[in-house]
Structure formats: C-alpha cells, structure tokens
Ligand binder design. Sequence first.
Ligand SMILES: [Zn+2]
Length: 213
Amino acid sequence: MKDNQRLRRGFTDNDICKRCGQSSESAIHAIRDCPVVSGLWKSLVHTRYYNIFFTSNLQDWILCNLSKNMGYEEDLDWSSKFGITCWLVWKQRNQWVFNELWSIYFGLSTARDRGYKKVMLESNSSFVIKLIQDVSFTTHPLKRLILSIRNFLKKDWQVELIHTLREGNYVALSLAVHAHSLPLGLNWFNSTPSFCTDVYRFDSLGVVPLVGS
Ligand SMILES: [Zn+2]
C-alpha cells in the first residue's frame, strides 16, 4: 500500500514520498516520476517517446508500454523489459524502509560498542522515525527490527532521534556518495575525512552548497 493510500485509511499522517521527500507518493510517482527512478527510465526509453512516456496517466502509460516499443530498436521485447523494470523499481522502493531501519540499528549498535553515552541520530525520513517512536505500530512487517531499535533506546544512554531534511545534513549526504567508492562492509573514520570539512561548515551555517562544489 502506498503512503497516500495509508493516509486515506489513517495509517499515516505523511503521504510524502520517503525516497525524494518532494511529492505525494502516488503510484505513478513511485514507479515512474520519482527523481530516484526517473533517470533509470530516461536511460531505457527512446528520447523520441519522452513526451508521451513521462506525461501520460497511469492507465495510459501501462497500456502504451504493453502495446508499443518505447525503447530503442534493439529492444525487441519492450513489454517484458518494461514489466521487469517496474517490478525492480517497486522492489527497490519497498527495500528502502528496510535499509533505513537496518542502518539505524547498525549505527546504534556501533555507537554502543564504542561506548558513546550521548548520541544524536538524524534521519531524513519522518516515517522511519515515527515507526520507531510510535508504539502503536505493532503489526508492521519489520516489527522485530523496530523492537530491537526500541530496546537499544531504553538502555542507559541518551539517544536523540531527529528528523532532518536531506539538505539539512550535507555531511551525511556526502558520506553516502563517498561510500560508493569504498569496499563493502563497515568503514570507520577515526578522523574527519577531508571532503567533509567544507561540507560541515555549510551544515553548521545552515547554507546549501552549490551543486558540484
Ligand atoms: Zn519520490
């Protein structure tokens, strides 16, 4: 169930897309229009079809892609490629909350192991923070992971969960981008990486850095 459906049924007070934070999460936004996935479609769809592909409503979009090759000439079975891509995008979208919760759990576990007594934990997902803090979420599929995080929070330390916009923590954003160049697994920095120094200054001043700076 997408967030705007949950909103109508009273399961959440937030219908904003959890991945981009920019738009209501309708079905067409989740699968096609979200900036997180639209680049993938642009790499698959032939540029001559961009207009019809990115402007049609959900029903027309599906019918059109099942009846016409919107890809390049070599895409002999476009309908299959389209269907598989939709499925992968949807799977990735559902994986997002799972990954976010795991990163919070792992971050708390690491901070605990290191002996920290005061921790500020920021997430750009108000939905994930609410999942952790709102004890009325008792039937969520990720209940065991959520309970493990809550048990961490009850321990003898001070942990503050804070919601921030992606633009409110450029250090985290630059670390996430940098992580693509690191080996898989936990990478621990004992000192501030040089690329974070200027970014931290922007964060502390509440200034948005120029793209590419
Ligand atoms: Zn989005």
